[in-house]
Design a protein around this ligand. Structure first.
Ligand code: UGB
Length: 598
């Protein structure tokens, strides 16, 4: 009270709210009036920010925290009354008629979509020092994840506008959710690379704020141990993306400009865009309000399971049950073995890969009701069984895939399952953790993420008729992986299977030790036999036919140790480097027709 002279009417209101919400301890150790005034001002600025960035404000945060902490103390199961069962969804397989049909429908719709990347996480499991989107997806071309994503969106935009020629050429909006941990470095990565070819106005960064930490079951806000005028904060989770999009006003702008879809994705999946066209096609054809992308899941794998939950009162929903909750839920509902593989060798519950396609109209309707608030959870680490105090402060968290939890039963919620090799290879685990992954389960490391790209591209080419030699097994950083030929291409070379197939003709072959990087749109492989390294750079409009027998020493994969600091971190976390011995590299910088046939 003695400090009131410092405060604006708004700040006085906030102070009152805090006192009413049992947060008097925050002011307990404040200095006399006139001392530390700047810090006191900063305290209120922080409180105002915490208040405005949470749907319903701090009072609502504290109320929800009390409820969730009481439930947690009582050991209440969030899925009480619900019985899990395996839902049915669309199962797609690359190259079959259904897949091709959905891909075409998806490309048509792509110009009516906006893409949203959640990239606020630091990736503690990976332990990489930089931001994850700056990591190379593969080291043959060194393309980082963010570049891959931007180029994929641009390629889809071009393909989509071309399919619907004559109409207005649309730009696909791209939003990146950042946090204090990633914002500056993400912006810097974009700016120092001219936005990887995208117009800077096409990209919007939305920064998520952290939320207040909680010291005890009464949801008393935690003070920073080093600063008594500062509330300790921690990340609130990727679920923030919904309230941020809503409060930014972007959704309304998109709706008014005729957009129909919002596509959410995560930071380090090099395969992601191979699954986007077909899944968007599924959304459009089946008129799904929510479409989650999924892959077959190994029991206990650290990805959530898409589950149908039926309540004893008749309600039911199809939702992601997070990996740490699926096993206890199954055990509590008559499956004594919990989360185990079935006769297929996989869990019967498809694995959530957190790529969501939402229909914009129903999405806005729902967010208008909820303000973008997503069902939260709390995960306190208790000191002892009395559950009265915590080892360290906790906070509420939320996940973007929990969006459907508040939807009415009439909402059309579906999912699309694709092969893991085609759709999902994230980089989440550091080498040591990856090496401990049980045999047969995916490593989700930089090593496996890179090898998965070569594997997917090789398998796609194989399906398109190229004879691709079988892989060899090799161990890098303690992980046994298949090493396929290092085949990469720019997204604009082929965003769909039909497009890729149209660029391959005659009898082509690629040996296992080969590297092929196609960096251009109009490159056609005709009777090509590759045994070595081939790199083609071409500008749009340069039509290049590549054929004949190409042989050279190629690019070799050399094993290195992840502890060997002679190599930069982004290389050594893979356990190998690429030794570029010899290659055939050609650059076509002018439009025209060209043939490369050594
Ligand atoms: N992220 C944010 O943008 N902000 C945050 O506050 C936190 C994260 P993780 P997680 O696909 O393998 C998810 O940490 O949370 C971004 C799903 O919940 O990589 O362990 C972050 O930058 C799970 O169901 O994943 O697990 C990153 O892009 C399963 O699908 C993204 O959110 C699993 O991913 C995910 O963060 C998976």
């Amino acid at each position: 009270v003695k400090n009131l002279h410092l405060l604006s009417p708004d700040e006085i209101e906030l102070g009152k709210t805090l006192l009413e919400m049992g947060q008097g301890h925050l002011f307990q150790d404040w200095a006399e009036p006139g001392v530390d005034d700047d810090q006191k001002k900063a305290f209120f600025a922080q409180v105002a920010k915490l208040n405005s960035s949470y749907p319903g404000g701090l009072a609502s945060y504290i109320r929800t925290a009390r409820e969730l902490l009481a439930d947690s103390k009582a050991g209440k199961n969030p899925y009480d009354g619900f019985t899990p069962s395996v839902p049915t969804g669309e199962n797609l397989s690359l190259g079959d008629d259904n897949f091709i049909k959905f891909e075409e429908a998806g490309v048509k719709e792509a110009k009516n979509a906006a893409f949203v990347l959640v990239a606020g996480g630091l990736g503690e499991r990976l332990g990489y020092n930089g931001i994850k989107v700056a990591l190379p997806a593969e080291t043959t071309t060194g393309t980082c994840f963010l570049q891959l994503y931007v180029e994929s969106i641009l390629a889809l935009q071009e393909a989509s506008n071309q399919l619907t020629q004559g109409t207005h050429q649309k730009e696909i909006p791209f939003v990146i959710m950042t946090s204090d941990d990633t914002h500056a470095r993400t912006l810097d990565l974009l700016e120092s690379n001219s936005y990887f070819g995208m117009k800077s106005t096409q990209v919007k960064l939305l920064k998520q704020e952290k939320v207040a930490c909680l010291d005890d079951n009464d949801a008393r806000l935690a003070l920073d141990p080093h600063n008594k005028y500062k509330i300790q904060t921690k990340p609130h989770g990727h679920g923030d993306v919904h309230s941020l999009l809503f409060s930014s006003g972007l959704l309304k702008v998109w709706l008014d400009s005729g957009l129909r879809w919002v596509i959410f994705f995560q930071d380090t999946n090099g395969l992601l865009f191979k699954a986007i066209p077909a899944s968007l096609g599924v959304s459009a054809t089946k008129e799904y309000h929510v479409n989650s992308l999924a892959v077959p899941r190994k029991a206990k794998e650290a990805i959530g399971g898409i589950t149908k939950l039926t309540h004893s009162d008749g309600r039911s929903m199809v939702i992601n049950v997070e990996y740490n909750q699926l096993d206890p839920l199954l055990r509590a509902t008559g499956h004594p073995d919990g989360d185990v593989n079935c006769e297929t060798g996989y869990s019967p519950f498809p694995g959530n890969i957190n790529q969501l396609i939402l229909e914009l109209g129903p999405y806005i309707e729902e967010l208008t009701k909820t303000g973008g608030a997503i069902k939260e959870f709390v995960n306190p680490k208790y000191k002892d069984a009395s559950k009265t105090s915590f080892k360290s402060s906790t906070r509420l968290e939320c996940m973007m895939q929990d969006y459907p939890k508040t939807l009415p039963p009439s909402a059309r919620v579906g999912f699309t399952v694709m092969d893991t090799w085609l759709a999902y290879a994230p980089v989440k685990n550091n080498p040591e953790e990856a090496a401990k992954v049980p045999k047969g389960n995916p490593y989700h490391s930089a090593t496996s993420g890179e090898m998965a790209i070569y594997r997917a591209n090789s398998l796609i080419l194989k399906k398109a008729g190229v004879q691709v030699e079988d892989p060899v097994q090799q161990v890098f950083n303690g992980q046994e992986v298949e090493v396929w030929p290092r085949v990469t291409w720019k997204p604009k070379w082929g965003m769909t299977f039909a497009e890729i197939k149209s660029k391959v003709s005659g009898s082509c072959s690629v040996s296992q030790r080969s590297t092929m990087a196609l960096k251009g749109r109009d490159i056609f492989l005709e009777d090509l036999h590759l045994d070595g390294a081939l790199i083609i750079n071409s500008t749009d409009g340069a039509e290049v036919k590549v054929g004949g027998s190409i042989q050279n020493k190629g690019w070799l994969i050399e094993r290195i140790d992840y502890k060997d600091t002679a190599f930069p971190e982004e290389v050594r976390i893979r356990g190998f480097r690429i030794d570029k011995k010899e290659q055939l590299e050609e650059t076509y910088s002018q439009p025209g027709k060209f043939t490369l046939k050594p």
